[in-house]
Design a protein around this ligand. Structure first.
Ligand SMILES: C[S@@+](CC[C@H](N)C(=O)[O-])C[C@H]1O[C@@H](n2cnc3c(N)ncnc32)[C@H](O)[C@@H]1O
Length: 269
């Protein structure tokens, strides 16, 4: 597991400066006041004013800081040192109150003092599950940080995405839904930049809907809902176009496949 984590961390460390410079992340408009959160999480997470929140795998923090702009008392965690440095720099420059911790998510319970860091909402979004070699262990970490009466919320690529043939413009399947072996990829760029990274190897993991829901239940959380969406937050295939809602859609006349899913799971009070 450590070897996979190290490979992915090198990739993410290199991705940070490229992403900060990218049109996809558009840091300039964020600095000017844009809230980077999209309609699904804004609607489903709801009012965060005054609530404590832990944002796991926060990348360089624009979504974390957007929750802070909406009044959350938020802590962002990511294992990439450049990501956390950039998040802290943005918070300082924009004078937004938020806390950032550099940590492999699996090691977080050993780093945080639970008297201060058990939160009302644990939030994870857009590109989380594929980086997790052990999904069940990750849900135990996430559940650990949810206060009784609070909730966990995940919005991410649907596991069916892992089956797609990314060389096609429209949905066509190539991989197995049940392929749980580590998948090694060598990319030319990332979802946000065409720039070739020096460390361009990733090791990614597929988890089925059943794996995800069952792991959350096993971690002691009560599932409130699982929602599935036929659109994505990034152009997963070339035939997707960005809508006014900020999401990438397939043309309406092609068979629609699930591209994202959200789960809300609460910890009994
Ligand atoms: C696709 S990005 C998340 C994107 C983010 N939601 C956004 O929109 O900016 C995935 C993030 O997960 C982080 N990550 C991957 N594996 C991790 C781990 N084991 N512990 C902590 N962070 C991890 C990466 O550094 C990266 O910032």
């Amino acid at each position: 597991m450590q070897e996979h984590i190290d490979t992915n961390r090198a990739y993410w460390d290199d991705a940070v400066p490229a992403h900060v410079a990218s049109a996809f992340y558009d840091v300039a408009s964020f600095k000017a006041g844009r809230n980077t959160l999209l309609p699904v999480e804004l609607t489903e997470v709801g009012d965060v004013a005054g609530k404590t929140m832990l944002h796991v795998q926060c990348h360089f923090g624009m979504d974390t800081l957007s929750w802070a702009r909406l009044g959350a008392r938020v802590t962002g965690v990511d294992f990439s040192a450049p990501a956390i440095a950039q998040a802290r720099a943005l918070a300082a420059e924009l004078d937004i109150k938020a806390h950032f911790i550099e940590s492999n998510i699996y090691e977080l319970p050993a780093k945080l003092d639970e008297r201060f860091d058990i939160v009302f909402i644990v939030f994870a979004s857009y590109g989380v599950t594929v980086w997790l070699p052990d999904f069940a262990a990750w849900t135990k970490v996430a559940a650990h940080f949810v206060k009784p009466g609070g909730f966990f919320y995940l919005l991410d690529g649907h596991p069916v995405m892992g089956m797609l043939d990314f060389d096609q413009a429209l949905p066509a399947f190539k991989g197995s839904y049940f392929d749980r072996a580590p998948q090694v990829w060598q990319g030319e760029g990332t979802y946000a930049t065409a720039e070739k990274l020096e460390h361009n190897t990733t090791v990614e993991f597929q988890h089925t809907v059943g794996d995800i829901v069952t792991a959350l239940a096993d971690a002691g959380l009560s599932i409130e809902y699982v929602h599935e969406f036929p659109f994505a937050a990034w152009a997963a295939l070339k035939g997707m176009t960005k809508g006014v809602d900020g999401y990438f859609h397939f043309p309406p006349d092609v068979p629609q496949v699930p591209m994202m899913m959200s789960i809300k799971a609460s910890k009994p009070a």
